[in-house]
Design a protein around this ligand. Sequence first.
Ligand code: NAP
Length: 252
Amino acid sequence: MKTLTGKVALITGGSGDIGGAIARRLGTEGAHAIVTWVGAEDAANKTVHDIQSNGGSASALRLDQRSPDSIEACVAAVAKAHGRLDILVNNAAWNIGIPFPDLDALTPDIWDRVLETNVRGPFLLARAAAKLLKADGGGHIINISSAGGISPGSSSIAYSSSKAALNHLTRCLAVAMAPNVAVNCIAPGLVENTRMAKRLPENVAKGARAQAVLGRVGQPDDIAAQVVMFVTSNSITGQTMVVDGGMPGAMR
Ligand SMILES: NC(=O)c1ccc[n+]([C@@H]2O[C@H](COP(=O)([O-])OP(=O)(O)OC[C@H]3O[C@@H](n4cnc5c(N)ncnc54)[C@H](OP(=O)(O)O)[C@@H]3O)[C@@H](O)[C@H]2O)c1
């Protein structure tokens, strides 16, 4: 039997690069992977198809996590279809490249969209899914944050601040949902071969590659492997694991 046989996992943003990799990995480990999309239905269906072609089990749901109603509907659909939820991966996020010194370009609308998507969405998903996650022996939440939530960097001040808030939300939820649900966080640095990385200012991406003491930054599969590590442990909660190839001066 595979490690996660019988488990149900909801991966937000499973239409994206890292979410797709996480869903495929959880599918390989035996979980039923529910991948969400907001605009890219074809990409979500491709993730589902990849998992099924590999002998796994998967399905797709639309979710706009800026909308509290959409969040409630998504979790209700999971409950109706499966009657359980063991793993919630809060992976979906939104960013836009705005250099830090360009304060005027960071408008209230952009600020609100980033914070709504990247912090309020994960909180509302955890809230909506709490009952299901606590049942059947308990479950796991994994929040996908960013190294930019630890040191000031990445695509914009709003994004960096949203991820710092997500890191702290992880600790708050770990306390709030104990002892039934373990809540942990992964903070990737630059992740190669992703559209989001391509939206980073080029000097930020170059700097990350140059500083990685392991000679490589992360790949989507490195993030997926860390998710599996967290969901197969029952004694870790409230932690944020940085996956960035190792940055001197920023060893956390
Ligand atoms: N790539 C990197 O270098 C990097 C570095 C550090 C942290 N991260 C974090 O890793 C996670 C995944 O990033 P990625 O590179 O895979 O990004 P991506 O390919 O751009 O995927 C983002 C995902 O979020 C979904 N999404 C966006 N707005 C949404 C909304 N309002 N409601 C629901 N879903 C929404 C997108 O859905 P649609 O595709 O359907 O539009 C997509 O599936 C994010 O949390 C990101 O902050 C990435």
